[in-house]
Design a binder for this molecule. Sequence first.
Ligand code: XMP
Length: 510
Amino acid sequence: MTGHKQTVVVLDFGGQYKELIAQSIRKLGVYSEILPGNATLDEITASRPIGIIMTGGPSSVDEDDALTADPRLFELGIPVLGICYGMQLMCHMLGGEVTRGEQGEYGRVKAELDDNCVLFRGIDTRPMVLMSHHDRVKTLPEGFECFGKTKTCPIAACGNVERKLYALQFHPEVKNTDEGQEILRNFLFDVCGATGDYSIDDYIEQSVSEIRERVGDKRVLLALSGGVDSSVCAALLSRAVPGQLTCIFVDHGFMRKNESDEVEAAFSGRDLHFIRVDAADRFLAKLAGVTDPEQKRKLIGAEFVAVFEEEAKRLGEIHFLAQGTIYSDVVESGVGKSAKIKSHHNVGGLPEEIGFEGIIEPLRGLFKDEVRELGRRLGLPDAFVERQPFPGPGLAIRIIGEVTREKLDILREADYICRTEFDKLKKKPDQYFAVLTNTRSVGVMGDGRTYAYVLALRAVTTTDFMTCDYTRIPHATLARTASRIVNEVRGISRVVFDITGKPPATIEWE
Ligand code: XMP
C-alpha cells in the first residue's frame, strides 16, 4: 500500500475465510494484506505491520506436511491473533498441546467468554459463535491463560497478555458469529493500536494506479454481464483507462426474463464501446446431454472465453481481458490451498492459454458489499449497485440436470414471478430466485392429472455470500408465489421452498 497506512498482515494457512478476515479488517478502517502462512520474516515485516492474524486451514498441526509459520514470528513484539487452525498452530509452536477432539464442532454454538480479556470487553460474553473444527488445544503454552470455552471445547479462546498473543478457536470474521466484528475491533484498536486510517477511496486510488501502470496505452476488453461486479469493474476501468475500454456482453441465453435487453439498454448509451454477442445457440449446443454441475460450469466458462477470443480477434488489437471476478468466486473455486467447493465461472473455467497478454481482475480481493460500496463511490446509480448477484453461468446452473430451451423458458417465467412477488417484501432477502429441479411429480389441475417439474424457491439473507441463512419469507407471500407459478407457468406441478443455510448448502443449487 502506497502512502503508508497502518497494515495488518493476514497469514494464510488455507482457510476458506482468509479474505473475509482481511475484508473485516479493512471495513474497520485498517488496511490489510494476505501473505502465505510460510512467508519469511522479511516479507512479513516489509509493511511494518501493527498486527498479524493467522487464519484457519484444513491441516492438523501434527501432520507431516502441515502448514507452519516461522517461529520467530512470536518474538517480533507485534500482536498476533490466531484463528481456528491459527490458534492450534500458535499454541503448538509455543509448547502447548493440540489434540483431536472426540467430537468435531461445526456450526453455531454458545460460547462463554471472559470479559477480563481485552478482546471481549464491551460485548455480550455469551454469544453464539461459528465453530468449524475437529482438533482443539488441550494444554496451553506457558504464560497463556484460557479466556473462553464452549460445551465441547474447554479452551475456545486464550492468550498471553504480556506478549500480546491471542487466539480463538471460533471464527470472529463470519456473520454467523455474534460480536465477531467487535472482537476484531478490540484486537485492532485496543491490542494493535490501530487508528483507522484506511478507507475504500484508498482502494480506488491504488487500483487505478496499478491498472494504469499495467495497461499503459494498450486496449482492454471487459466481460460485461450487467451484474454488480462487472458494472463496477467497468466503472473502475473507465476511470483508470478511459477510451481504451471495450465492453462485450455475451448473451449466452441463460439470462433471466428481459435481462439481456435491459443490459443492452443500460450500457449502449454510455461512454464505452459496448458490443452484444448473441451466442445462445452455441452455448445450448455445448451443454446438450450434460448433467454434471462442474462440467456445465467448465463448459460454459470455456465457451465464454472462446466467444471472447473470437470477438477480440474481430476487434483487432486488444491486449488485456478484464473480468469482474470477486473474492468469493476465487476462494470457492479452490485457488491456493483452500478446498474446492465449485468452479465459479470466470475462474475455474478459464483455460491456461487465453490468447490475451494478461487478465485484469481489479475486484478480485473484494467481497460483494465492498464491491457495492466501491460502485457507489464511483458514482454508479443505485439500481446497478443494489442488484442482487447473478452467477456467471446464469440459469444453466439453476436447472438441475440437462439444460434445454424448454426448461429455460419454464424457469424464466417462474423465476420472474418469484422475483416479482419477493420484490414486494418490506425487508427483502439479499438474493432470491427459482431453481428448476429435474424431479417431476404428480398433480391435479381441473379434473386432470398432471405430471410436471418441481420448482424450488430460494431466498437467503447474507452480506458476504460466503455464509447465509435462509430468509423467513412470510407464508402469505410463499403461498401467493406458489399459486401464481403453478397457475401461470405450464410445466410446473409443485413448488417447494429451500430452508437450508450455507454451510452446509451453497446458495446456488449447482
Ligand atoms: P454459492 O452457490 O457458491 O454462491 O454459495 C455464492 C454467491 O456466488 C454466486 N455465484 C456465482 N457468481 N459466477 C459468479 O459470478 C459463478 O459461477 C457463480 N456461482 C455462484 C451466487 O449466486 C451467490 O451469490
